[in-house]
Each structure stands twice: as structure tokens, then as C-alpha cells.
Write a protein that binds this ligand. Structure first.
Ligand code: ZN
Length: 302
């Protein structure tokens, strides 16, 4: 092993689901030296225990990338290992605990993620891994546990997010419907996740940086926005695979994420404003003020 474990740089994508984290991961994952891992928080239940497919299409247990990562990190994936991490997660990694994370099990929990990140970087031959786990509470755990992470806090207009959570979508992994939330529930989670991610910068953890990115800016000007972000992250700021509002993406070994993690080939980056005619947008606007306004999402119904 030639790389010391501290050499892995972790870009953690945070934000509420349906805010564009999977799209951003796929785009950054095309950069040389960067390995996109998907939502590592779900690796234990959906990958190890349920054997759901990797982004490459193979079941988790049959993916050569993840098999090699498991062997390097833990001597192989096992059910007791996954169950242990899930039980630690239940105790340590909770949104309501973000301001008082000092738990005796924190070190063991964070160590499991650091082992995955380090092993994945080594197997991929990458210096940077992307973990799009999204949850603010995991970012706080990693920060408190001393991990070196650069968090990209992805925000999206809550009215568009609520519109997306109401839609009926099937999971490509098993054909079951994805979770659906009503507008009030989405507004609550949107506020909770974003407030918790905003608090991350105030923890004062020395190895943690936070950069906020608006989904709308990404789709309005993909190349310019990606270049600015790549420079902040210390990544190569060249995006030959982005032409106008289309990106050409290749297969990625993402362990979990929204359905677009399976997309390969040209992907449109067009702005979706179907939410503007959706129901309940005024309710969501009211429930998410004033944070919504602070991120630049103005107006009441449009
Ligand atoms: Zn794979």
C-alpha cells in the first residue's frame, strides 16, 4: 500500500434528496483522478445486505470494484460488519443530534467510512472520492470524527424539490415506488437539512470546508459553474464532456443514489420548471421562508 490513509480527499455532497446531488456527482466523477462512490451511507443496507445493483449494473456483491474495496478495507464485506455499522448509525448519525454528536461510538462509526473512502481511492487509483450521502448528520459525524472533507452543500428551490417529491417514480433497483412526501413534509425536511448543513461551517472543524452550490446555477450555466466549483475543490477544471446543456457521462460504480446514477451517454442539463404550475407551491414557499429567501429563491408563488 503506497498511499497513506490520510491522503484521500473526500468531497461530500450534502443536501435534501431531489436537489441535484446525483447529477453533480456524475459530472464531477468524469474528472480525471476522481472516483464517484454514490451514497455510501446506504452501502451497508442496500449494497452489502440487500445486494442492490451498483451503477455498473452488477449486483453489489458481483461488482469487481466494490469487491476489491471491501477486501482492502475490511478483508471482505460481511453481514455482521454491515449490521454493526447500521446499529452504530442508529445511535450516532441522527439529524436531531448534529449539535451534540460526542458519542462513545462515534470513532468506530467514522472509521468505517474512512476505510471505505481510503480503499476506494486506492482501488480506483484516484486521489479524490465523491461521497454523495447527502445527509447533514453524516457530514457532522465525519467532521467531528476528524475526517478531512470538503462538503458541497447543494440547494434547490424548495418548490421544485417539493414538486419532485410528490411525483410517482419507480426505483430501477427493484421496481418498487420511491418514497413520496407531501408539501409540508418536504418543507420540513428541506429546512432541517439545509439548516444543519449551514451549521457545519460553524463547527470550526479544522479539516472541513463547505461550499454552497445552487442547482439552478448548475443547469443554467453548467460549464462555468462546474469550473468555479472544481477550482474551489482543487480538481482539474476542464470539462470536455460538457457541450452547452448536454453532458456525456460514462459508467460509474455508485453504490446507491437516484435513478440517474445508471445513466450513460448524453444527459440533458436543461432547467425543469414544471413545478411552477404545480399545486401547493405557495404553501411550500411560506413554510420555507426565510431560509429560502437567503438562498436567493424569491417570490411567493413563482
Ligand atoms: Zn460496479
Amino acid at each position: 500500500m503506497t498511499h497513506p490513509s490520510t491522503a484521500t480527499r473526500v468531497v461530500f455532497l450534502g443536501g435534501l434528496g431531489r436537489s441535484g446531488t446525483t447529477l453533480l456527482e456524475r459530472l464531477l466523477g468524469e474528472l480525471p483522478g476522481v472516483a464517484p462512490l454514490g451514497e455510501v451511507v446506504h452501502l451497508w443496507a442496500r449494497g452489502v445486505l440487500a445486494g442492490e445493483p451498483c451503477g455498473c449494473g452488477r449486483p453489489f456483491g458481483a461488482c469487481p470494484f466494490w469487491t476489491a474495496v471491501g477486501e482492502r478495507a475490511f478483508g471482505g464485506w460481511t453481514r455482521p460488519l454491515a449490521e454493526r455499522v447500521l446499529s452504530l448509525r442508529h445511535r450516532v448519525d441522527r439529524t436531531r443530534r448534529v449539535l451534540r454528536i460526542g458519542h462513545p461510538d462515534l470513532d468506530e462509526y467514522v472509521r468505517a467510512y474512512r476505510r471505505v473512502h481510503d480503499a476506494a481511492a486506492q482501488v480506483a487509483g484516484a486521489s479524490v472520492v465523491i461521497d454523495s450521502s447527502k445527509h447533514a448528520s453524516l457530514a457532522h459525524c465525519l467532521a467531528e470524527g476528524g475526517a478531512s472533507i470538503h462538503v458541497v452543500h447543494v440547494v434547490r428551490d424548495p418548490r421544485a424539490v417539493a414538486h419532485s417529491w410528490r411525483r410517482a417514480v419507480r426505483r430501477p433497483e427493484d421496481g418498487r415506488p420511491m418514497t413520496r412526501w407531501g408539501p409540508a413534509r418536504t418543507a420540513f425536511h428541506w429546512t432541517a437539512q439545509n439548516v444543519a448543513l449551514d451549521l457545519l461551517a460553524r463547527r470550526g472543524a479544522p479539516a472541513v470546508e463547505v461550499t454552497r452550490l445552487r442547482y439552478e446555477d448548475l443547469v443554467a450555466a453548467p460549464e462555468a459553474t462546474l469550473k468555479g466549483l472544481a477550482q474551489r475543490l482543487g480538481l482539474p477544471a476542464e470539462f470536455p464532456f460538457v457541450t452547452g446543456s448536454t453532458a456525456h457521462i460514462t459508467t460509474a460504480h455508485t453504490v446507491s443514489g437516484n435513478p440517474m446514477r445508471f445513466a450513460v451517454g448524453p444527459v440533458g442539463l436543461a432547467f425543469d420548471d414544471s413545478w411552477r404550475s404545480g399545486a401547493h407551491r405557495g404553501l411550500v414557499a411560506a413554510l420555507t421562508w426565510p431560509l429560502r429567501s437567503r438562498y436567493g429563491y424569491h417570490g411567493v408563488t413563482a
